[in-house]
Structure formats: structure tokens, C-alpha cells
Design a protein around this ligand. Sequence first.
Ligand code: ADP
Length: 180
Amino acid sequence: MKISIIRGDITKVKVDAIVNAANFGMLGGGGVDGAIRRAAGHSLQEECVRLRKEVIPNGLETGKAIVTKAYNLPAKIIIHTVGPRYYSGDINLLKNCYTNCLKLAEENNCESIAFPAISTGAYGCPIEKSAEIVSEVLENFKSDIIKEIILVLFDEEDYEIYKRVLGNGMKTDLNEIIMD
Ligand code: ADP
């Protein structure tokens, strides 16, 4: 399994599954959620409204994940997950976000998956902590289905921190990519 880190915009990454850092209402937000919704198009919003009515009437719990189609995005599916808030939530639930998304990617036969740094924007998790948690999850993850896991960092500084923490923690080589 290849682990890559990319500095760039997750909506431009060509993978089978794109992970969205959603919120519990699943009806839209700022940050990466807003970018993914804009790029996927209005049909995503319609599907989310339908999901809220029929599947998750009480919203999506922190740490859980749910699949939608990807519409105009260059992906097969979007996996939406809700990260914990750093100051008022349980940061250990961030692990569940990553493992539940990986599980759904496998169930949907996805060979590649791209993650944003969940909880590190509006939800306040320090990027270093996020990188440590991701490193721990990936160290313990094996798959016969997933061939590539891509971690996408929007900011240069975040990318450098991920590179350092994951580079130290991982046994495998990191593939490093900077998008235009
Ligand atoms: P959360 O509410 O889970 O903290 P945010 O969307 O506020 O989610 O931020 C999560 C991370 O996503 C932040 O590190 C932010 O820099 C990053 N981000 C924002 N837009 C994009 C994008 N288009 N592609 C990849 N990462 C993004």
C-alpha cells in the first residue's frame, strides 16, 4: 500500500474515494466541506437532504461516516465523516473517522482514498496532533483492496508538519507531491 501526502486542493485529486470533513447536520459548511460541495455540484446537496430525511434523521454522529455519490468530482464516491471539536469534544474519536472511512472505502471497492486533515480547521485540532493520530491509524492498517492512501494538506506549513511526523512514524516510504 502506498501512502502519499499532497499539498493542494482535495477536490482536484483523482481518486476513487474523497473524504469530506462534514458536520453533524450534513447539510453544508465552510472549509473543505464547502469546497467539496461546490465542486460536486447541487445534486450532492439534494442527496444529503434525502439522507437526512431517510437515513440519519438525527444527523451524523462524531466519528461515524456515510457515503454519497461524487457527482462532478473526479471520484467514485464521497465519504463524509464528522471530526471531533478539539476543545469541547473527544479527540480520540478522530481515529474512528479515519478507520470508518477506510472501512467504507473497502466496502465500496475503492483502490484509492484521499483524506483532508479532519478537525484541523474550524474544529481546532493542532495539525501535529492530527498527523500523530493519522500516523498511528495507518501504521496499524492493512488492506487487500486499498492500494493508495493520500493525505491532502491545503497549507504549506501543514504539509511540512505532516511530512515530518509521518516521515518519522512510518515504516514505509512517503510519496510526496506538490500540486500546482
Ligand atoms: P473541520 O471543521 O473538520 O476542522 P475544516 O474544513 O474547517 O474542517 O478544515 C479541515 C482542514 O481542511 C483544514 O486543515 C483546512 O486547511 C483544510 N482544507 C480547506 N479547504 C481544503 C481543500 N479544498 N482541500 C484540502 N484541504 C482543505
